[in-house]
Design a protein around this ligand. Structure first.
Ligand code: ATP
Length: 268
């Protein structure tokens, strides 16, 4: 079964085209990364499928059906940092979240255990580290045991330890059989956590499919501004795969070229 099928989805904000005719599908049981730099349309994509934003054109299906609020109720979402009460404990905040979502409180011990916050459940939210706050937010998504989870940049702003914790949690949720759709601007995150990827650049889908070296090389070679972790990881990956003639100016020089020329020059 396809959890999400997107067909020719476009979204404009006035003259800004945030999504341009994007189509892909998310298989059940996958961890699907929507990968792209800032402003590529990741949040717009997630906001659209969760009915926060209306598409300009195109359509999508959830669970192979026309989407309704009942389908969305089966999806746990973390699209922005939730507003927890700083002066209340983690468990009390989850009780409030459970009430708002009309779930029973009986699920709270399970979700606290999943995100490894049982020992700190009675501590005030204000005393939590950033990583713990993010894990509490994920615990809130897990209330009611949804089969599908949607996360927008779940490791944003975390230190390396917090990032590792969240990535381990993703892998555990995947092993449990959840389908996860997550936005990320980090190539290495997608490589480490995701089974599938859709690569966006300025609203265009450059590539989509199973995560393997080829799709990441194909999809990411259009990034003219590869830098930071994305650039270094791409450099390492391509060098490892022996698919690039190393150039001291790589990737800037390659990235500025049109795709066919880049392909013939940098791939075997
Ligand atoms: P980031 O990683 O920075 O969150 P993103 O990949 O999630 O970026 P979006 O936030 O979806 O990208 O933005 C896509 C484009 O749409 C950008 O050019 C952005 O400036 C524009 N945009 C997003 N929201 C609005 C809005 N409410 N009004 C006008 N333009 C918007």
């Amino acid at each position: 079964m396809s959890i999400l099928t997107i067909e020719n989805l476009s979204k404009s904000y006035g003259r800004i085209q945030a999504l341009k005719n994007v189509s892909f599908s998310v298989p059940e049981g996958s961890v699907f990364g929507i990968l792209g730099p800032n402003g590529s349309g990741k949040t717009t994509m997630l906001g659209t499928i969760m009915d926060i934003l209306k598409p300009t054109s195109g359509s999508y299906r959830l669970f192979d059906e026309l989407p309704t609020h009942l389908h969305r109720q089966r999806i746990g979402t973390l699209l922005e940092t939730p507003n927890f009460y700083h002066y209340l404990s983690g468990v009390k905040n989850l009780e409030i979240a459970a009430e708002i979502k009309q779930h029973g409180k009986e699920d709270i011990p399970r979700v606290l255990e999943m995100v490894d916050l049982t020992r700190r459940k009675d501590s005030k939210f204000s005393t939590y580290s950033l990583g713990m706050k993010q894990r509490l937010a994920i615990a809130s998504c897990l209330l009611g045991n949804p089969k599908v989870l949607v996360f927008d940049e779940p490791t944003n702003g975390l230190d390396p330890v917090g990032i590792a914790e969240i990535r381990d949690l993703m892998k555990e949720l995947y092993r449990e059989g959840k389908t996860i759709i997550m936005a990320s601007h980090l190539l290495d995150e997608v490589e480490k956590v995701c089974t599938h990827v859709g690569i966006l650049k300025m609203g265009d889908l450059l590539a989509a499919g199973k995560v393997d070296g080829e799709i990441l090389v194909t999809g990411c070679m259009d990034f003219e501004f590869i830098g930071g972790s994305l650039g270094s990881v791409m450099g390492e990956r391509i060098a490892r795969a022996g698919t690039a003639r190393r150039s001291p100016r790589w990737p800037g020089r390659c990235g500025r070229r049109r795709r066919p020329r880049w392909s013939s020059r940098c791939r075997p």
